[in-house]
Design a binder for this molecule. Structure first.
Ligand code: FAD
Length: 481
């Protein structure tokens, strides 16, 4: 009886426990991917992730073919497709790696029960996270709501396992079940086709992920602790979309980063390593929160924020989405997102804060835009980070701490290289005025070919007045409770 491996957020052949288990069984194997946009509560991938998914599945199919395994593609409700295929095959083993959104857990639980009842022997594995969300507990046996004790406790536990090699010997199933054609899923939009910039910026797939990790560790890791806040430098790993699709695992990244530092192959310091591992820890913490607050992509973790006086304004939201707020650092970030499907973490915080505080738009509108446009849009990290920015989260920045996007720009993009790259219409302005062009003398603006309100927008909100308005809104919330 054959083995069926169900791929989901783990589009890789190395360090894939579900694949390794099936290979070790000695059974003839076949792989399955289900594009499920219909099961209750399932959140369909956004536009940028759809583009990535197409590329990543193409790469996975080729990698599996090299091992002699066919990848079957099906579209529809996984809860019906997986058991039906297992029955049609007469499967003697069905394996997959765990996923963590409540709606996905629900599907997996039902599939597992049905497969078990029909004798198809389902088995699930830990692969996406170093620490299962429910496994990290405080001394009084409770989950954590604050990052630092969470990470300390996680690190004090058992060392995460060593990554598994790709299976060497496998038997592919001879008679392969029918598969959809990937092209027929039409994952890559033709109108508007904004994916050109994304394609230029990334190499999806397991080999692309491994190459990105190697470049980071060899050339960019040293100084990470100091430089990681600089969007103008290649200061971070840019592994997030590869991690989101599971083209590389946190076990592989952790092991390679530790090895690079401990062997002396990388010039990175122990501090760089600890900081980098702590960032992976934030990803783990986001899933730890998702376990406690399964509806955190829709609901405030702190219920008192349910009464927040948001002022929904489609025009302001559109100006933010398109990078036309008149605040250079915000516009540079939002254009980096639109053009490349990714934004530097510091700038995500600046753009997020500007939307929820200066513009008083509900964080859910920002979260939804990020979900649609980020190649690394993640079920846990995206809502957890938005709630952190908005102040409504568990271990959140206090609401009254409002980022000043001009000062943030001056501090983290000191030479203006980041703004000049993504807001080229301001490129001719001297750095002293680049982050606040409305303060530049008229002659300088004219010399740089800038007409505010025409070649580049005037600020949609006065930075100082916007801050005061945000604090007043927060006071209103406090006094209403
Ligand atoms: P590195 O600095 O190289 O970090 C290594 C890895 O650690 C990352 O790939 C990522 O998996 C993880 N990581 C780093 N920082 C964080 C963080 N603050 N929270 C959680 N994980 C982290 N990250 C996503 O993966 N998906 C999202 O949808 C997402 N949405 C965000 C929304 C907002 C408003 C903010 C402020 C942050 C968001 N982040 C999200 C977190 C962070 O910005 C990205 O993980 C990071 O920018 C990815 O770049 P990198 O791979 O170069 O990071």
């Amino acid at each position: 009886a054959p083995a069926l491996v169900w791929f989901r957020d783990d589009l890789r052949v190395a360090d894939n426990p579900a694949l390794t288990r099936a290979a070790a069984s000695g059974r003839p194997m076949v792989a399955l991917y289900v594009l499920d946009e219909v099961s209750p509560g399932i959140r369909a991938p956004g536009g940028a992730r759809r583009w990535w998914l197409h590329q990543s599945l193409t790469a996975l199919a080729a990698d599996l073919a090299r091992l002699g395994i066919a990848l079957v593609l099906r579209r529809g409700a996984a809860g019906a497709i997986v058991p039906a295929l297992a029955t049609a095959l007469g499967a003697g083993l069905v394996t997959w790696n765990r996923r963590y959104r409540a709606a996905e857990i629900e599907v997996d639980r039902a599939v597992k029960a049905e497969l078990a009842a029909k004798g198809h022997a389902p088995e699930s594995f830990q692969a996406h996270l170093l620490h299962e969300p429910w496994s990290v507990r405080s001394k009084v046996d409770e989950p954590f709501r604050v990052f630092t004790p969470f990470w300390r406790s996680a690190c004090a536990g058992a060392e995460p396992r060593a990554p598994l090699p790709a299976p060497a010997r496998v038997r592919g199933l001879q008679t392969v079940p029918a598969s959809d054609r990937l092209e027929d899923w039409a994952l890559t939009p033709t109108r508007p086709d904004w994916s050109g910039g994304i394609a230029a910026a990334w190499t999806p797939g397991e080999a692309g992920a491994a190459a990105r990790l190697k470049t980071f560790l060899d050339d960019e890791f040293a100084g990470y602790a100091e430089r990681r806040d600089r969007p103008d430098l290649p200061s971070t790993s840019r592994l997030s979309p590869h991690l989101a699709f599971g083209e590389i695992s946190p076990f592989q990244i952790r092991r390679a980063a530790c090895h690079a530092v401990e062997s002396g192959r990388s010039a990175a310091s122990r501090r760089d390593l600890d900081k980098f591992l702590a960032e992976l820890g934030w990803r783990e913490f986001s899933y730890h929160l998702l376990g406690q607050f399964p509806d955190m992509e829709r609901r405030n973790i702190q219920p008192r924020f349910d009464a927040f006086p948001w002022q929904p304004d489609p025009e302001l939201l559109a100006a933010w989405q398109r990078g036309r707020t008149g605040i250079p650092m915000v516009d540079a970030g939002m254009r980096q997102l639109w053009q490349t499907g990714w934004m530097h973490n510091r700038v995500r915080m600046i753009c997020g804060s500007f939307l929820v505080k200066h513009l008083l738009q509900d964080w859910r509108a920002g979260e939804a835009w990020f979900h649609d446009t980020l190649v690394d849009a993640d079920a846990a990290s995206n809502p957890a980070s938005w709630q952190w920015v908005a102040g409504s989260g568990a271990d959140a920045a206090p609401y009254f701490r409002v980022f000043n996007p001009v000062l943030q720009g001056e501090k983290f993009d000191p030479d203006g290289a980041y703004v000049r790259r993504f807001v080229p219409e301001l490129a001719g302005l001297p750095s002293a005025y680049l982050h606040a062009p409305w303060t530049a003398p008229a002659a300088l603006l004219a010399a740089a070919g800038i007409r505010l309100g025409s070649t580049y927008p005037r600020p949609v909100v006065d930075v100082a007045a916007g801050r005061d308005r945000a604090l007043a809104a927060f006071d209103q919330l406090k006094s209403s409770q």
